[in-house]
Design a binder for this molecule. Structure first.
Ligand SMILES: [Zn+2]
Length: 439
C-alpha cells in the first residue's frame, strides 16, 4: 500500500540528510524497532524528520477540527474526536529493565468504539483525573495499532487535548453534537449503594487512609490493596483500591475530595456494611474539577447531630467540641495484624493467636471540657496524628507529648465522637471518630 504522506516525508528527510530514500526507510525500521513496535512507519518517519530538522506539517491549534476523521476511517495515523466511555485502571509494567505505565481508555465517536492506549507520561492524564468519563478528546496523531478491534495508541507525536462537556467550543461543537453521552453508568450516593449494580460512579471526601498491603494472587502474581474511608453526607463507606489504583492512597489526605469511576459495591466480611471496590475496570482520582460535595465539616454535619458532651449516652455518635484540659496518656501500642489483640510490651507473639506480625497503633487520651462536663477522649491512629498535628511518629511518644503538651493544652477540638462506658470506672468516655478541627 502506498502512502503519499509517508513517501513525501521520507524524501524530505533524505534531502535534508543528503542521502537516498532507501537508507531513510532503513532508519524508519530501526526507529520502529527502538520503540518496540509502538510507532507506525509514519510515526517513526516523523520522529526522524524532527531529528533532522525537517519542517513538519504545521501544528494545528486545539480547536481546529478540519483534519478530524471518523474512527472507522482511521488507518496508520489519524486525528480523531471522541468521547470517553470508561477509563480502566492504569497498570505498571517492566520491559527490558525499564519501568513503564500503561492505561486503556474506551472511546467512541458515536458510530465506532475503540480502545485508546496511553503510555507512560500520558497516563498522568488518568492518574491526575484530567480524563473523566464522558469527557471529549481531540487526539492529534493517534497511532492506529490495529483495526480489528480498533486500537489507537499515544506516541511521542500524539497530542491528547481534553475538553470537559461544558468546554466545547463552537468549532468543535458540530463534531461533539454527534457523540451522545454513551454511558448509562449511574452516579450514586453512599446511601444508595446496592451490591447488584455492575458499576457506578461516586464522589466522596476522604475521612481516613489505611496502610497499603501486599498480597499474592492464586496465580502467584503480587497484588496490592489499600483502604480508605469516605463520606458524602449520606453516609460513610470503605473504599478498597486494588493494585495500581492503590497508589492513590499514598497521595490522599484526610478531607480531600475524590471521584471513583466504575466502582462496585460488596458487603464487607462479617458485616452488613457495603464496601466500594475499585478494580482493573475502574479508576479513582483526587480533586475532581467538579463535584457535589460540601467541605469536610458540612459532609459530617449532614450525617451526625451536634450534642454537648454532658448529654451523650452510651452508643451515641455525635458532633461535639471540647477544650483540652489535660493529657492522660500517649503511647504506641503493638496490635496483632491477624486478630487485632494488643500485644503486651516485650512479648514476641500474640497471646491469642500466636501471630508475630504486629502493627503500631498510636493512642492519645486527653480530657475534654465543653463547659458542660469533663470527658476523657481517646484518639487512635490517624485521629491521634491529626490531634497532634504530626504525619509520622519518628521519635518516642514521651518526647512527642513533651513537645506537644503546650500546643495541645487549651486547644479546642471539634469532631465526631462515639460514646461508650468505661468497663472499669463506669464513666462515660468518648472515642474520636473523625477530627474536624483543632484550633
Ligand atoms: Zn493475634
Amino acid at each position: 500500500m502506498t502512502n503519499p504522506g509517508l513517501d513525501e516525508l521520507i524524501n524530505a528527510i533524505a534531502k535534508a540528510k543528503n542521502t537516498d530514500a532507501d537508507s531513510i526507510r532503513k532508519l524508519v525500521k530501526e526507529k520502529q524497532a527502538e520503540f518496540s513496535g509502538l510507532l507506525t512507519e509514519k510515526g517513526a518517519a516523523q520522529l526522524l524528520a524532527q531529528e533532522a530538522g525537517v519542517e513538519a506539517a504545521s501544528d494545528s491549534n486545539d480547536e481546529d477540527a478540519s483534519a478530524v476523521i471518523p474512527l472507522a476511517d482511521a488507518l496508520d495515523q489519524a486525528d480523531v474526536f471522541v468521547r470517553v466511555v470508561s477509563v480502566f485502571a492504569p497498570k505498571g509494567f517492566e520491559r527490558n529493565g525499564r519501568k513503564g505505565r500503561v492505561c486503556n481508555v474506551q472511546i467512541t465517536d458515536g458510530k465506532t468504539k475503540a480502545s485508546l492506549v496511553l503510555w507512560n507520561r500520558d497516563v498522568d492524564l488518568v492518574e491526575y483525573g484530567k480524563i473523566e468519563r464522558n469527557d471529549f478528546l481531540l487526539i492529534r496523531n493517534a497511532q492506529v495499532k490495529s483495526t480489528e478491534p480498533l486500537e489507537l495508541q499515544s506516541s511521542m507525536l500524539t497530542k491528547v487535548i481534553v475538553k470537559k462537556p461544558d468546554e466545547i467550543t463552537t468549532e468543535l461543537s458540530p463534531l461533539a453534537a454527534g457523540i451522545l453521552p454513551n454511558t448509562a453508568v449511574p452516579v450514586r450516593k453512599i446511601s444508595e449503594l446496592i451490591d447488584t449494580e455492575p458499576e457506578f460512579d461516586i464522589y466522596g471526601r476522604v475521612l481516613r487512609v489505611d496502610e497499603e498491603k501486599e498480597f499474592v494472587y492464586k496465580d502467584g502474581r503480587k497484588g496490592r490493596v489499600a483502604k480508605l474511608l469516605i463520606a458524602d453526607g449520606t453516609g460513610t463507606c470503605r473504599v478498597i483500591l486494588w493494585d495500581k489504583n492503590a497508589d492513590l492512597a499514598q497521595r490522599a489526605k484526610v478531607g480531600d475530595a475524590l471521584k471513583i469511576e466504575a466502582g462496585y459495591a460488596k458487603k464487607a466480611l462479617n458485616s452488613d456494611a457495603f464496601e466500594i471496590n475499585v478494580g482493573w475496570k475502574g479508576h479513582v482520582f483526587l480533586h475532581p474539577k467538579k463535584h457535589p460535595l460540601g467541605e469536610k465539616e458540612d459532609v459530617l454535619s449532614a450525617m451526625y447531630k451536634e450534642k454537648p458532651l454532658s448529654s451523650a449516652a452510651e452508643g451515641d455518635e455525635f458532633i461535639s467540641w471540647g477544650t483540652i484540659t489535660g493529657i492522660d496518656s500517649a503511647a504506641v501500642v503493638k496490635k496483632c495484624r491477624a486478630c487485632n489483640t494488643t500485644i503486651k510490651a516485650g512479648a514476641k507473639a500474640c497471646e491469642k493467636c500466636g501471630g508475630t506480625n504486629a502493627r503500631d497503633l498510636l493512642v492519645v487520651s486527653v480530657v475534654l471540657n465543653d463547659g458542660t462536663k469533663d470527658v476523657r477522649a481517646a484518639f487512635f491512629d490517624s485521629q491521634a496524628k491529626e490531634l497532634l498535628d504530626v504525619h509520622e511518629i519518628t521519635v518516642d511518644m514521651d518526647t512527642v507529648v513533651r513537645l506537644k503538651r503546650e500546643y495541645l493544652i487549651g486547644k479546642k477540638v471539634r469532631g465526631v465522637f462515639a460514646a461508650r462506658t468505661n468497663a472499669f470506672s463506669g464513666n462515660l468516655e468518648v472515642t474520636a471518630r473523625h477530627v474536624i478541627s483543632v484550633k
